[in-house]
Design a protein around this ligand. Structure first.
Ligand SMILES: O=C(NCCc1nnc(-c2ccc3[nH]cnc3c2)[nH]1)c1cc(-c2ccc(F)cc2)cc(O)c1O
Ligand SMILES: [Mg+2]
Length: 214
């Protein structure tokens, strides 16, 4: 049977990147997506904005919604100091299987906990599963119609604290209008838009950074 795009992306990592070198894994995926097959990773341009926000926040607890092939997981985990954990949620078992191998190839498996399942089911279990009280940083990059219900769930489960940072991908393309309207108009958030482009294209897209005010 034909390989899938995530499997071909993984093969490109295994053939082009250096085991244990996260930057070479990132570069191999970006090269594959520019020169072979487009894939829905956050990409190098928005990825640089993601890096700068992660470095500014220096999270001790971080959550990613939507692992896909693990590209942004590697980008985030490579910047985390030892002893911090990145929890990443993935719904699709085939994506998760590839992501585990990409994360391991980068040598970051000790900083990442990939959990398979639906965000709506897993978010309420964060405390009992990991003893997590609150998240300092959340990267939102899963199904676009889940962004709003899932941050409301994070609020309800008291997993956000005054100063928690949310960073959402694709707020223009494919777009998350209800999420944007909420974080930009709610008195509980201070929001800022980082204009960029859809990964590996000239189409406009951007990241929305929102600080939870409590
Ligand atoms: O759909 C996207 N991303 C979502 C994948 C995913 N990967 N995992 C999930 C998941 C969904 C429930 C979940 N519940 C718990 N974990 C979950 C994970 N969803 C996505 C799509 C595009 C895109 C743009 C223009 C186009 F013409 C076509 C496509 C660009 C992007 O940057 C994206 O991130
Ligand atoms: Mg995305």
């Amino acid at each position: 049977t034909r390989s899938t795009r995530p499997q071909r992306l993984l093969r490109a990592v295994q053939q082009k990147a250096i085991k244990g070198d996260p930057q070479s894994v990132i570069s191999a995926i970006d090269y594959f997506c520019r020169h072979s097959e487009w894939a829905m990773n956050v990409g190098d341009e928005k990825g640089s904005i993601l890096d700068s926000v992660v470095c500014e926040v220096c999270p001790t607890t971080a959550l990613e919604l939507g692992t896909y092939c693990g590209y942004s997981t590697v980008r985030i985990a490579r910047l985390l100091p030892p002893g911090t954990k990145l929890i990443t949620l993935e719904f699709n078992p085939a994506f998760a299987a590839v992501a585990r191998q990409v994360i391991e190839y980068a040598g970051l498996q000790n900083k990442v906990c990939l959990v398979e399942g639906a965000s709506g089911d897993l978010i309420p279990k964060m405390c009992q599963m990991f003893g997590i009280k609150t998240f300092d940083f959340v990267f939102i990059d899963h199904w676009k119609d889940r962004y709003l219900p899932d941050i409301k769930l994070l609020e309800e489960c008291q997993l956000l604290r005054k100063g928690s940072i949310l960073l959402a991908d694709n707020v223009i393309c494919p777009g998350t209008p209800e999420y944007l309207e909420y974080v930009r108009n709610s008195p509980h958030y201070e929001s800022k838009y980082f204009k960029s482009h859809l990964e590996y294209t000239k189409v406009e897209d951007g990241l929305e950074k929102s600080v939870f005010l409590g």
